[in-house]
Design a protein around this ligand. Structure first.
Ligand code: FES
Length: 669
């Protein structure tokens, strides 16, 4: 009589011999196989689902059959009554027992460290290994012979069933505990943070708790609500950052604090209240209660980071740009004023430097330049560009004061990216006639349906990506020279080139009805783009100097601007250095993806904390070469640097004869 059977688990390949009657979950645990369980084998959570492979597996030297598992149990029948039939003949690993040799497959969604593929957040297979986990426990009832308190008996049960020690219970938990135990007939679900803090106790089995990754940008705040067990994003939503009413960009908000005592508290209140609204919104969309949110994970630039925490940001307004802390933070959400579960935790990614924030740490976490050999350039363009360069050997970072031109500000017809804004432009080099499309419609302006297709959005102005394209197309069509001068002699060829006092402009769009906007690209607009791109390129060049390299191998543009910009045009203008265009792309909302990774995987937090400590900071304001790099970068695409890779796909005009470029000091902010 055989009383042992061989069990092989895939995909790990772990194998062992077990007494007949052992549950599959027990066998998996003994072998250290990654099989999930929240309810501890009570047939409640369904996380332990496994699949038996049938056939002869010579590689493993076993014959595995469905009937080598025990018959379906009443507990499994109950589970299926509540949750629907198992797919693909799966069984609950905690109920099915071993009756013969088996090849057991652990599906991806039954693994503790499961991977979820994020499509809507652009990339990254995220490992799900959250800092907050749920455990179901049966607690010994009190009796007259055992005078210990309910909390002690709960802790004992957690140690016996789950091996958890060092648990801490707050007053809130103490107030909840007795009622939860009795309501659940001595069975409760406990949420435990990795620190050992008990965050919640619910009667019986609680299926899920939630976390939210939040990217606090100067303009917008984005939130992604996830199931902390499955890693699925249930809702994403965004809102404008209400601090805009105190100042458009970061430095004007710091100035507001300098000029208005108490201004920092006003801005903290505004952003916290917007976050609370957003949390309510994502909860409603997901059909959950805000009280079921147990963790938040934040990324933000340094000024937003400080204002989020109620820390006065004035030190960030001038050299040496000292942060209160550059370390990651683990806080109670409640003390930040955030209204979700009263014991919810808030994790903030570390800041890199006074001008390079936790948002950049999020981009690094998401893009992982430290993991490979390719010399990778990460650029997050905003009013300050945050730049990271390097590979597994070394990483350097800086920020550069690009100003708001890339966001459509300080441009005559500029506007934020919104429906009606011109975002794509082409100019015929022979006729110098433009065609364009606007956000909200795919129809080009030379299409006969353009007017009807854009009737609801109209043409309202030009956004950042549109400005990049129109200036690049003007350069490629020969309307502006490599020094950025609009060529007035072309006015004779096309009436769109028009004189304005001593300079010229290019008429891109003129509405036919009263009240329609006119979008023209003026000489000053081109200058603003030159200043912004020269600052960006000069920052990148400083980092290349620091690493002693002449070429980068991979470029990722992060943020909203990076998502919409056509990288070819960015290179034509020389925003970024020459690189194989197939290796240049958008990192999408990489900061938000980084926040999500840190929310769902506690090991990702350790990783980014270690990487950020290794990043060498370069302060552009004190680097003597910055001004020289800046001046050289004013030309399109650059005064001295060559662009051989770009030259393979774009016919670049000959540089105009050198004209002295006035030196101009660059100011931060
Ligand atoms: Fe929860 Fe099997 S461990 S159902």
């Amino acid at each position: 009589m055989i009383d042992q059977a061989m069990v092989v688990f895939t995909p790990s390949g772990k194998r062992g011999s077990f007494p007949l009657g052992t549950t599959v979950l027990q066998a998996a645990r003994e072998l250290g196989v990654d099989l999930d369980s929240v309810c501890g084998g009570r047939g409640l959570c369904g996380r332990c689902q496994v699949q038996c492979a049938s056939g002869e597996f010579s590689k493993h030297n076993i014959v595995s059959r469905q009937e080598h598992l025990s018959e379906g149990t009443r507990v499994e029948a109950r589970y299926q009554r509540i949750h629907g039939d198992f797919v693909d003949g799966r069984r609950l690993g905690c109920q099915a027992t071993i009756q013969g040799n088996l090849l057991i497959d652990i599906p991806a969604d039954s693994q503790v460290h499961r991977q979820v593929i994020r499509k809507d957040l652009d990339r990254a297979d995220i490992t799900v290994n959250p800092a907050v986990k749920l455990y179901v426990v049966d607690v010994q009832q009190p009796d007259m012979h055992d005078p210990s308190g309910d909390l002690r008996r709960l802790k004992q049960a957690m140690t016996i069933e789950w091996g958890l020690t060092g648990l801490n219970a707050s007053l809130y938990i103490l107030r909840e505990l007795q009622q939860s135990l009795r309501k659940g007939n001595w069975q409760v679900t406990v949420a435990v943070h990795e620190s050992g803090d008990i965050l919640g106790v619910w009667p019986g089995f609680k299926e899920a708790v939630y976390g939210v990754a939040i990217d606090v940008g100067s303009t917008t705040i984005a939130a992604h609500l996830c199931d902390l067990s499955s890693g699925q994003v249930l809702a994403s939503n965004g809102a404008m950052n209400p601090q805009i009413r105190f100042g458009e960009d970061l430095m004007s908000r710091v100035s507001y604090v300098m000029m208005n005592p108490g201004g920092d508290a006003q801005m903290t209140d505004a952003v916290i209240s917007a976050i609370n609204d957003l949390l309510r919104a994502v909860s409603t969309i997901s059909g959950i209660l805000p009280e079921d949110i147990l963790e938040l994970c934040f990324v933000a630039n340094p000024v937003m980071h400080h204002l989020l925490l109620g820390i006065n940001p004035v030190e960030l307004g001038g050299a040496p740009f000292a942060l209160t802390t550059d370390e990651s933070l683990q806080l109670n959400a409640d003390e930040m004023g955030i209204r979700v579960h009263p014991l919810a935790k808030a994790y903030l990614l570390p800041c890199v430097a006074g001008h390079v924030g936790a948002d950049t740490a999020g981009v690094v976490l998401s893009e992982r330049p430290q993991a490979g050999e390719a010399m990778t350039l990460l650029v997050d363009v905003g009013t300050n560009a945050e730049i990271v360069l390097g590979n597994h050997d070394r990483l350097v970072a800086c920020s550069s004061p690009t100003g708001p031109a890339f966001e459509g500000a300080q441009i005559s017809g500029g506007q934020r990216a919104a429906p009606g804004a011109i975002e794509r432009v082409r100019i015929d080099p022979l006729t110098l006639e433009p065609r364009f499309s606007v956000i909200g419609s795919d129809t080009w302006s030379d299409d006969e349906n353009f007017a009807s297709d854009t009737a609801t959005v109209g043409v309202t102005g030009i956004c950042g990506s549109g400005i990049i394209e129109v200036v690049a197309e003007m350069f490629l069509a020969g309307i502006i020279d490599s020094e950025g001068v609009i060529k007035g002699d072309l006015a004779a060829r096309n009436p769109r080139i028009q004189a304005n006092e001593r300079t010229f402009s290019y008429l891109l769009f003129q509405g036919s009805q009263e009240g329609d906007v006119t979008v023209r690209i003026t000489q000053n607009d081109v200058r603003q783009i030159q200043l912004a791109k020269a600052a960006l390129y000069a920052g990148i060049r400083l980092l290349m100097d620091r690493l002693g390299i002449e070429r980068v191998e991979r470029i990722r543009l992060a943020g909203a601007f990076g998502s919409h910009i056509d990288v070819k045009y960015a290179m034509v203008l020389g925003l970024i250095p020459d690189c194989d265009l197939s290796q240049v792309g958008s990192a999408g909302n990489a900061a938000g993806t980084g926040a999500l990774m840190a929310l769902l995987d506690k090991d990702a937090r350790t990783e980014i904390e270690q990487v950020v400590r290794r990043i060498e900071k370069v302060e552009t304001a004190v680097e003597p070469d910055f001004q020289q790099h800046f001046v050289e970068a004013m030309a399109f695409p650059h005064k001295t640097a060559s662009f051989p890779e770009l030259g393979k796909v774009v016919a670049l005009p000959e540089p105009s004869s050198a004209r002295p470029v006035r030196r101009r000091r660059v100011r931060r902010g």
